[in-house]
Design a protein around this ligand. Sequence first.
Ligand code: ACM
Ligand code: ZN
Length: 774
Amino acid sequence: MKALFKLVGLLAMAGIWSSCGNNKEIANYQVIPLPQEVTMTSDGEFAINNGTQILYPENNEKMQRNAQFLAGYLKEATGTDYVVEAGVEGKGNILLCLGLEGERPEAYRLGVTSEGITITGASEAGVFYGIQTLRKSITPVKNSTPVLASVDIKDYPRFSYRGVHLDVSRHFFAIDEVKSFIDMMALHNMNRLHWHLSDDQGWRLEIKKYPLLTEIGSKRKETVIGRNSGEYDGKPYGGFYTQEQAREIVAYAAERYITVIPEIDLPGHMQAALAAYPNLGCTGGPYEVWTQWGVSDNVLCAGTDSVLTFIDDVLSEVMDIFPSQYIHVGGDECPKAKWVTCPKCQARIKTLGIKSDARHSKEEYLQSFIINHAEKFVNSHGRRIIGWDEILEGGLAPDATVMSWRGEGGGIEAARQKHDVIMTPNTYLYFDYYQTKDTENEPLAIGGYLPIERVYSYEPMPASLTSEEQKYIIGVQANHWAEYIPTYSQLQYMALPRWAALAEVQWTNPEKKNYEDFLSRLPRLINIYALEGYNYATHVFDVKADFVANSADGTVDVVMTTIDHAPIHYTLDGTEPTVASPVADSILVIKQSCTLNALAIRTTGNSRMLTEKIAFSKSTSKPTKANQPINRQYQFNGVTTLTDGLKGNGNYKTGRWIAFYRNDMDVTIDLQQPTEISTVSFTTCVEKGDWVFDARGFTVEVSDDGENFTKVASEEYPVMKADDRNGLYEHKLTFTPVKTRYVRVMVPSEKSIPQWHGGRGNPAFLFVDEITID
Ligand code: ACM
Ligand code: ZN
């Protein structure tokens, strides 16, 4: 990674570490997540000075702890010690109390008058969220006196389940790191930690009845380098939590009103457990704790009775440690290959009378048998299960809650079946994805492209559900899979500031959400990240550029902005901008091929450089029309993406590529006047593992009237082979020069994925960018 510009300077500008006496710092209630109602009143103002006391109701331990949390946050912000005491005399003080009968359990009211501050919660948790809002309203400046204008804030969360998930199997995070993660959650008003404790690459929780799970299953002999490069680092890796440590985490989280939901991922993702107890697998092993990434074929044997006992025993100890209502039993990505050939699994299928049908294979029904077994056991202890959306396949267990990760489809289906749903679609909420297009200058991530703006745009209530069905959407969660997150510092980098956007999705009602407004509030929250020493990503401070193919003028129009309105300097000749370079303060109109470089120049340092090559051809910024639909999930800015002068890189999710699925790319470009042309080209981005295949052909037709077209060139391409590479494929047709106004480009997609691929028989995605005509 390049040395990244850090906003330590921003803090210095705000004077955090200056000790210039009792300067007044005006509080700002425009925090993240934005409260539901902030009403400024006309009751003067209140200053928190070193005589201000924090008062809580006598004999309420939770409220006493709340008061101590507030004192701690205020001390971090101002450096002052405040007295914490039982008491009810609000005048001149900060009073914490309970009330708000009839409100939602996590609701609070925060009132400021010249007499003092009162935080009233419908529960102790509500008071805690009021404290978080007060904490975030105050500008952290050492030795300052926070001054608060009078206000009446009424607030409550939109969703009762506001979660983040942490994978500690692929990489392990120490107890203190998990505690810090919980502190970060508290700052963002989150209340559910989904702790992914077991997977192919490591078992991380002590289970007393099966000591080898941690003795053997928590250690792998080495780890693959990069993205399953085939090379290994040769370093043993391991770690686990004792039951006592896990209880310590449960208690630490509970003090912050966070419930820890443990996940034991079954019946797949079990290779580490099989390494410890090979008789739990179909073949009996031997197995090793997996040293590479992916989904192992080695899963629990569904035909072995001791596997059912193992599940019960493990879940029994898990329920003993974790008091949460929910126990997560995984259920995702369980390959059925071993079950198909295992005599014990096939015997179980026979005994149960399982038959395949048009919807599901016998083995998918067998997976439901295992999940149903786990659910019965968990229910018999008064608890409930959550499973990933694969648990729909083969039929949902009667009371299961579904975590929808492969998009929203599973969640929608589950809600229609009257099951509770937590939305965590990978295309919005997988925070192991890249947060920038500039992946070359980033630490390695799993892939994808999930900038903070996209997180913010997520609306978890599917419009296709009735209002009755929508009630089953109980919450939202982001996931942190740790294959490419080897350190806690990197975990913070992937989480922050995307959690800020997530927090607003989880807490704030959608009609109050506004991305520009959110960005204007974000630097204040980032000040707190810096104060806490969190390693946050700084992409939000980079130059953001919007490119518009202006077909009226035949230009590419660029609007560049920064979140804090820092001056943006640019060049068009490929050189690095300096303060002497022109400032982009209005629309920049590009009329010919060039390289745009732009930098935000601040007194605290320069942002990363934005670089875009803009390549003009005869099709650039010409009116472009799609004759067949673009895939909705990947339509981004629509069909003009194909003629905007900008080329996509090797990541098909950046918005520079648009996709066609089931139908073909079929577009007409209007060159606006008779123009001589002799070549047409386009590029595809292929990622076979994601069902993204190359084109099957290419036809160019021309027309003078846009109605009657004549074919000028055509080619067919073979179906892709297993060993064809991923990446970019450029296709070009050259023909005898022809003068024409309209050009129609037809590119068939793969309609049937070949036999060698897991998606055999299904259509493939076709990702296309820049159609160049010359
Ligand atoms: C998952 O991402 N395998 C749930
Ligand atoms: Zn088996």
